[in-house]
Design a protein around this ligand. Structure first.
Ligand SMILES: *Cc1c(COP(=O)(O)O)cnc(C)c1O
Length: 379
């Protein structure tokens, strides 16, 4: 089955009771038993729920994995991965990580004795320098947020294989439409399904996908034991979202390219960060591991003026000023005053989050309307 068919049919069966084409929303916590232990495969909805299982099978299918697990948020999914570790274990992670992931690693798991190294991975050979006998996991995010850095997944997987480490890839920005990390050698794919998989800004959810049964069993154990699952209604919404992922992504990419090219020619714009440009430092890697370049773009204005950037995001009419990304509607954010406001100016500027940086999640509206909106806002 090809990807565009998998989004609709992958892992799906028609409902056995009435032939419903979409899986019913099994809004139930428990299941009747005829005799103790006499049930139809479902005992309690923290452990299993038919609607969640339908989603988990779809997730496994679209990421070319064998097992999918859905969680109450992207961070709950990441939390489950780190719970594979023990005190004293070490993790090597990208340095320009999603802020919430950084907070979970440093403010929660460091208290339990897990050690994290945050390093630049644009050259994946750097990873090897940080491997020691305690290293257990490499955590990669590509493209990164908000600087759109690209990390070579195959090269990171080679390091992981050489030292018998797990490689996890946060595939939220790319989605399996653009890149399939398990095929490139990753062990675990993670998603904030809140973003492109859900795709309609109406649900918060996380996901993990793996190939190996032994790893899947450990993660299912944690999913059930820690209990950070998602409900049946949200499972249904994300399953519905996935059915149009390929169509939405195609348009996100087309509109993203048009917006990136428009901004790059604008006299007031200093720099546009988008992996589709040939002068992007890792464009060749993006080109080899991604099918297209996505709809996430960041840019800075000449003079790097904080107030000017605020004015631009306030003037936008079709782009909504909001956190999050990956929905059908275009969003704009100002990292220095929003997602990265808690990071000291000198620290955030080291990774490129300067005062005038604006991040766009380019939606699937009409391309001309989006460009007109940027035209009137940037001036
Ligand atoms: C949003 C996001 C997360 C966290 O997911 P939630 O669903 O908000 O918990 C993790 N990684 C990336 C790249 C994200 O964009």
């Amino acid at each position: 089955m090809k990807f565009n068919t998998k989004t609709i049919h992958g892992g799906q069966e028609h409902d056995k009771a009435y032939g419903a084409v979409m899986p019913p929303i099994y809004q139930t916590s428990t299941y009747a038993q005829s005799t103790p232990g006499g049930h139809k495969g479902y005992e309690y909805s923290r452990t299993h729920n038919p609607t969640r299982n339908a989603l988990e099978n779809s997730l496994a299918s679209i990421e070319n994995g064998n097992y999918g697990l859905a969680f109450g948020s992207g961070l709950a999914a990441i939390d489950a991965v780190i719970k594979l570790l023990k005190p004293g274990d070490e993790v090597i992670s990208t340095n320009d990580l999603y802020g919430g992931t950084y907070r979970l690693f440093t403010k929660v798991f460091e208290n339990f004795g897990v050690k994290f190294h945050f390093i630049g991975m644009q050259n994946a050979e750097n990873i090897e320098d940080y491997v020691n006998k305690n290293t257990k996991l490499i955590w990669v995010e590509t493209p990164t947020n908000p600087m759109m850095n690209i990390i070579d997944i195959k090269a990171a997987a080679a390091v992981a294989k050489r030292h018998d480490l797990l490689l996890a890839v946060d595939n939220t920005f790319a989605t399996p439409y653009l890149q399939q990390p398990l095929d490139l050698g990753a062990d675990i794919v993670m998603h904030s399904a809140t973003k492109y998989l859900g795709g309609h800004s109406d649900v918060v959810m996380g996901a993990l996908i793996v190939k190996e049964k032994e790893l899947a069993d450990k993660l299912y154990f944690i999913q059930n034991a820690s209990g950070a699952i998602c409900g049946p209604q949200d499972s249904f919404l994300v399953l519905r979202g996935i059915k149009t992922l390929h169509l939405r992504m195609q348009r996100h990419c087309e509109n993203g390219k048009a917006v990136a090219e428009y901004l790059s020619k604008h006299p007031k714009i200093e720099k546009v960060y988008w992996p589709g440009f040939e002068n992007h430092p890792n464009h060749h890697i993006a080109k080899s591991q991604m099918k297209d370049f996505g709809g996430m773009i960041s840019f800075t204005t000449k003079g790097n003026n904080f107030e000017e950037a605020i004015k631009i995001v306030e003037k936008l009419k079709i782009f909504t000023l909001a956190e999050s990304l990956g929905g059908v509607e275009s969003l704009a954010g100002h990292p220095a005053s929003m997602t990265h406001a808690s990071i000291p100016k000198e620290e955030r500027e080291k990774t490129g989050v300067v005062d005038s940086l604006i991040r766009l999640s380019v939606g699937i509206e009409d391309m001309d309307d989006l460009i007109d909106d940027l035209k009137q806002a940037v001036g």
